[in-house]
Design a protein around this ligand. Sequence first.
Ligand code: ARG
Length: 570
Amino acid sequence: MIDFKKEITQKISRIVNIEVDKLIQFLEVPPDSEKMGEYAFPCFKLAKELKKAPQIIANEIKEKMILPDEALERVEVIGGYLNFYINRETLIKEVLNEFELKKEMFGSSKDGAGKNIVIDYSSPNIAKPFHIGHLRSTVIGGALYNIYQFLGYKSVGINHLGDYGTQFGKLIEGYKRWGSEYKLEEGPIDVLTQIYVRINNLCNQDENVLNLCRDNFKKLEDGDPYCIELWEKFKGLSLKEFQKVYDLFNCKFDSWKGESFYINKMPEIIEMLEKTGKLVESQGARVIELEEESMVPCIIEKTNGSSTYATRDLAAILYRARNYNYEKAIYVTSYEQILHFKQVFEVAKLLEMDDSYKENLIHVPFGMVLLKEGKMSTREGNIIKLEDLLEEAICRATKVIEEKNPNLKNKEEVARKVGVGAVIFNDLSNSRIKDEIFDWDTMLSFTGETGPYVQYIYVRTKSILDKAGYIPGFSEIDFSKLQDKFSIEVIKVLYSFGDIVKIAAEKNEPSVISRFVINLAQSFSSFYTENRIIGEEKKVKDARLYLTNQVGVVLKKGLELLGIEVPSEM
Ligand code: ARG
């Protein structure tokens, strides 16, 4: 598809003799294209280099440009700016033609062909609830997975289960003491959480119990059959419960290798670190000092010889470098783990592997989910479970549908898509690092900037096409019928899709796509309130129907990248 930014900067480049790559980053998109064109170039950026006043530079460039041509209609000078008006007929032709060629793949690219992106996300902890904090990791990671895939990369989704660590020592101790008092099968995670809270309280009061727990964990690491049996039991029951949530989300992983997978890979890590001479004793533990990086030491081996969360992450890095030859390794967790990943990535520089693997470790942190009651924590046990939350979303969506469209077919299916979609969209609609506040009413509204709103507009495109009874063929489209302001606006948004997906990947920021689908839905909404479609003369009707279909396909794709399904009616 034509790249207007390149076209413009190539022209300027030829006149002023400065490379396109440098010029292109100065190009701006003015707020009002009617008055200021689609793109503006600020000539004051060149004033120093060309030793001339911006206004003079602008006029000289304008003089030397031969317009109109295929790409540009005209250029105007306003102040020190060059304002470019693109050739709209070319824009329309290009956008529709590209769609005709690529259909659902409109906006995709092959940039990532042959390259792997490893995404470590969701990663809940065994025997602990899958809580609302894991929602963000699951949703953001899942969206990144789709976005990279759409750019031609091979995404590898890893659920780095928290299936190891000292908490299992505690759980085993608690279960040994009180297991027979509980019915584990009825609600395994609830029961295990209760046991965990109980033993944790006891540990706080009695140092001896804490030591027993630590011994249990050591025994588990050393392969004690009883400890392993219990651990496997906890793990199996937990996974079964997690799966219910993944099913609601339609979420799949390529690998379920959790922390425990790396236990036997620990010695190699220790050996590599020993060789560097930087692994030192500190109060009985072995650590890597990170003073020069202004961080606390990274504990590699505890006093009793146990591994740590960090060591297991180091082993995972080495494993992923070797097995996935990754272009990037991405970790999606809350910002509470920023320090952890900084430490781990720093220590990873000491591992024996190519530098490219060390340089492309990326932590993608996100803000907390805030409920009115404030933050949630496992230790006190006052947590909202994700499963309950999704059930509630679906229940609320059912009520809305019941009010608006009581005769709808497949109500249950639609309610699931709308309810879960609302939760996902809410999560992805603001920049990820911001804290997210949970508010049912705004998130389920059909009119605000919400998931249900975008789904609703998608359904509108479907019903318009259904009413018409056909989708016109590309060869029948008269591009001149899409020159009105509202059609052009829709086409411009569509034109940006490919760039938007790339930006979302560059920044690891799915909200860029959420913004895009809102813009597309809103511009389409103005388009069809202002423009009649059915009932217009054939040429106009066909052109508008073709565009309507394209909007529907792209809205669906945009939502799909975010992990949101669309209903066919609602
Ligand atoms: N299980 C951890 C938690 O719930 C997240 C794991 C993130 N991934 C990693 N490789 N450390 O906090």
